[in-house]
Design a protein. Structure first.
Lengths: 416, 149
């Protein structure tokens, strides 16, 4: 049974039982245990030496097979990289591997015969018992290996190309270095005291709005960060370089976010929890739900977010609660070039009457492939306080003189 | 009090550290063949439209790469099934003591090298798909996609 299990382990090595586990290391560990147990349990020195020789000859055969397996993989990779490759190039990769498999089979059978001839039945039982007691040995049982077979990933782990086709979270193991506006992570990141987006931005407020909100009339910001697809539909990230460049230089709070996505046939539902490290109004949190409809040319994304600024333990404030319902339409004119329009409704401070606003924004971007990385160059222009339909005093107002311009670039790559 | 530049540098370090930390935590040992093939195809599938502007060619290419991913999974499953089959049904039915002998019964040989028909068929299909992909790509497009992985 022990040798049958070891034979199974060889198949693990060829890569089909378990996709990602380090079976080579596991097998080496089991062979080490087999050798150790043989030394301990086989009392007679000549028989012990014969048994150890059998193990060593098996290891040599196995090593040769593993080398050939690596050669085979390299051969297929080389053919894949060659534009002029033909069927003959692929077929040529197989021959040596088949021969090595046959050789390994022979060496394993020989080793088993030699080993079993060298040890008694009792010794063999003790050795088998101690090796199979190792937790790693469960990999050698095909039935258990089959049961424990890793679930098929439900999402491609490659980078997503066209902007309108992208989902709310990055694929697993994809990383984005964000230094550009209009990414999904900053979609709807509007807090009562500040609006957050990546890249370099300039925001201008007219005097009325500047006085009402306490935000400087001319504000320069630079925000950069990173996000990572940690699982197929879960990402985490942060804008950890949030600088206010003018009118006075200082560090803004860091924005941290976690997004869990649920993909359906034609739409995605995502839940995002964002929070900011303490600023003038303490901690800020913004739980939100998002619905998006990705498509080859056109995408629609909407959200409902409840941003709150809640003070700190040392500096308690009455929580400032807002409501933000952003809406975005993205149109990929070409796979590499997109236009987008942003709107929705925002109520930055629910306690204050007449604070409902309708923002309006536009953006564009160019996506390019640079080696194995994807880069988005993006720019946006928005009137964050464009329409105030029912102010506390007077009639509806349009704020054309309060605008924000942002631009930057984001880089995407596969971490593994 | 730390200078703004120093603080900026520290924050950058923290950020880079966080990204590397996350990447390191999810690090796994080097993948094997079926995983390699799938990973190469997966890396290309999403970005095909950025390289191939013609929609029809881009769609077919994406379908090819996705089929390679499926092929990798099928290969995995076929080998698991083959191994389970080896344990359950010896290749050469024997009677008496020979039946309990894993070598004599052929079970041992089957376990070491289970029938490779599925592997051969999968590799044939893979070759066929890769050759078809070449007919849909110019050399420049091919080289751009090849750089993905």
């Amino acid at each position: 049974m022990l040798w049958v299990a070891l034979a199974t382990a060889i198949m693990l090595l060829s890569g089909e039982l378990s996709r990602e586990a380090d079976d080579g290391a596991t097998l080496a560990l089991l062979l080490g245990a087999l050798r150790k147990s043989t030394i301990q349990d086989v009392a007679d020195a000549p028989r012990r030496a014969a048994a150890l020789r059998a193990i060593a000859s098996f290891e040599r055969g196995l090593e040769a097979y593993r080398r050939q397996l690596a050669t085979f993989k390299a051969c297929i990779t080389a053919a894949d990289q060659k534009y002029a490759a033909t069927r003959a190039d692929y077929d040529a990769c197989r021959g040596p591997l088949e021969a090595e498999r046959a050789s390994l089979r022979a060496s394993l059978v020989t080793a088993q015969n030699e080993y079993e001839a060298a040890v008694t039945e009792d010794e063999r039982a003790r050795v088998a018992e101690s090796v199979m007691a190792l937790p790693e040995a469960h990999l050698l049982d095909p039935v258990r290996a089959s049961e424990g077979h890793q679930p098929v990933p439900t999402r491609s782990r490659g980078l997503e190309g066209a902007m309108s086709e992208r989902h709310s979270t990055l694929p697993r193991n994809a990383v984005a270095i964000m230094y550009g506006p209009i990414s999904s992570a900053t979609f709807g990141q509007r807090f009562p005291s500040r609006i957050i987006d990546g890249g370099t931005s300039y925001a201008h407020l007219d005097r009325t709005l500047a006085d009402a909100t306490g935000v400087p009339a001319n504000l320069w910001n630079m925000r950069g960060g990173a996000r990572v697809g940690m699982f197929d539909d879960f990402e985490a990230g942060a804008l950890f370089m949030p600088l206010q460049l003018g009118p006075k230089f200082h560090y803004d709070p860091v924005l941290i976010f976690f997004t869990q996505q649920f993909r359906f046939q034609s739409f995605d539902l995502a839940f995002r929890a964002s929070f900011q490290t303490p600023g003038d109004t303490g901690w800020a949190i913004a739980p939100g739900a998002f619905l998006s409809f990705p498509g080859p040319r056109l995408a629609l994304r909407a959200g409902a977010i409840l941003p709150m600024e809640v003070g700190t333990l040392g500096h308690k404030i009455s929580p400032i609660v807002g409501l933000n319902v952003p809406l975005r339409v993205t149109w990929n004119v070409l796979p590499s070039w997109f236009l987008l329009a942003d709107s929705g409704v925002a109520y930055d401070r629910l306690r204050e009457q007449g604070g409902l606003e309708v923002p309006l924004g536009f953006g564009t971007g160019y996506t390019m492939l640079a080696g194995s990385k994807v880069i988005d160059f993006s720019a946006s222009f928005s009137w964050d306080h464009w329409l105030v339909p029912a102010p506390a005093q007077g009639s509806a107002q349009l704020h054309w003189a309060a605008y924000r311009v942002a631009l930057g670039a984001s880089l995407y790559f596969q971490a593994l | 009090m730390a200078s703004p530049l120093l603080m900026l540098f520290r924050r950058a370090l923290v950020g880079v550290g966080a990204v590397l930390g996350v990447a390191a935590c999810s690090a796994r040992p080097p993948p094997r063949l079926s995983v390699d093939l799938s990973a190469r195809a997966t890396a290309k599938a999403g970005v095909v439209p950025l390289v191939v502007s013609d929609r029809v060619r881009a769609q077919r290419l994406r379908a090819i790469y996705l089929e390679v991913v499926t092929l990798g999974r099928e290969l995995d499953r076929a080998r698991v099934d083959a191994l389970a089959h080896c344990r359950a049904a010896p290749q050469r039915p024997l009677s008496g003591a020979a039946a309990s002998d894993p070598i004599g019964s052929g079970a041992f040989e089957c376990l070491i090298a289970p029938p490779l028909a599925e592997s051969h068929a999968a590799l044939d299909r893979y070759t066929q798909l890769m050759l078809e992909a070449r007919t849909l790509l110019t050399q420049r497009e091919f080289e751009k996609l090849a750089r993905m992985r």
